[in-house]
Design a protein around this ligand. Sequence first.
Ligand code: S3P
Length: 441
Amino acid sequence: MSGVRFAPARRLRGEVTAPPDKSISHRAALLGAMSFGPVRITDYLHAADTLSTLRALRAVGTLVEVGPREVVVRGMGLRGAREASAPIDVGNAGTLMRLLPGWLAGQEGRAFELDGDASIRGRPVDRIAAPLRAMGATLEPTQERCPPLIVRGARLRAIDYELPVASAQVKSCVLIAGLLAEGTTTVTEPAPSRDHTERMLAGAGVAVRREGARVSVQNTDELQAQDVVVPGDPSSAAFMIAAAALVPGSRVVVRDVGVNWTRAGFLRILQRMGASVAGDVEPAPEAGPKLDPGSGSVVAREPVSDLEVTAAPLQGTAVEPEEVALTIDELPLVALLGCFAEGETVVRGAEELRVKESDRIAGVVEGLRGLGGRIEATRDGFAVVGGGGLRGGVIDARGDHRMAMLGAVAGLASREGVEVVGMESAAVSYPGFVEDLARLA
Ligand code: S3P
């Protein structure tokens, strides 16, 4: 199979606009479907994953109109999802596979089958099955712990659930089910994770309460989902930001990036490594050795900023388990930066990377080694010996959008260039990625 070649760049200059946020797009459409609408979503992400969400929501009875800049969703209310005539196809979208069952589990007396592509069929759904079963729904993963997944809706009861790993997807699933459950549903997180669901539910009139690591919702009659303007995706912007940080002499502005502190872990790590990132990033609520999300009513706002990145010599760093969920999709980029940084870069507590669109520990380690990187897999992450940069070569994206974009950025920063096999998978989250990169080079 031939790939797309990314030659070494001299320096990167100019501006790009980050594509709309994938996590927020999924949630805006889902909350729209759970309201009586109409909900207008401006700058909805038109990429494979989020189009899967619109298709899935139509399959359970939601009316969706797709315009050039706006998607309008007319839902059937919290308890009105209809049985679909065929299995619901989530495509490659793990977030959809984990959030949608939270809603469907509360549709009393109705059953739904969810399925997806080969990657989805290899990704476990037991983390959502356990709490939804405890709430009273029946979940039948067809092959032990993976999709296809049958969800039989029931009258739900509230639970007080301690997440075994920090996961925004599982947290969101339980909170969404909690809207349909008798009583107060509480989720406790071992470490903070992205909080878009909480913010958006607060915007839809739900009394969402935070007490440090605990977040709760109440049984709700009706959601009043608000119109949403989707900010730029910080996880997509991260590829442009990393490229600008790595290629000497670069200065790049990325416009309209979502800078919610629960998504800004990568920016904090990058600054720690020595790159200059200027922008109005929401500050993380630091409290003692742990990040404490604070207490009180959750506020709906999603902050946005332009970010200006300037290349600089980088130093290695240690990413600790506490930071992992706040940087989860950017950790492959931390490994890449580590190859160019002085000293060692280590990531700990990131076993979750093994169950993403591909096994991202194996993919990153084998991929970067193939390009000349000095990187080892560990049980829960990786360790990189930096300073040598990358020679270049060929990298296989393994059908994983973030691995494809990682390879492209590696190519720009390498000595001989990189050929990426499977570049087309970038369309899952960032359809104009190659063009945007070319604009800066
Ligand atoms: C997501 C949460 C993350 C992330 C995924 C999107 C979300 O997964 O990897 O790309 O939108 O909630 P986990 O929080 O389950 O690790």
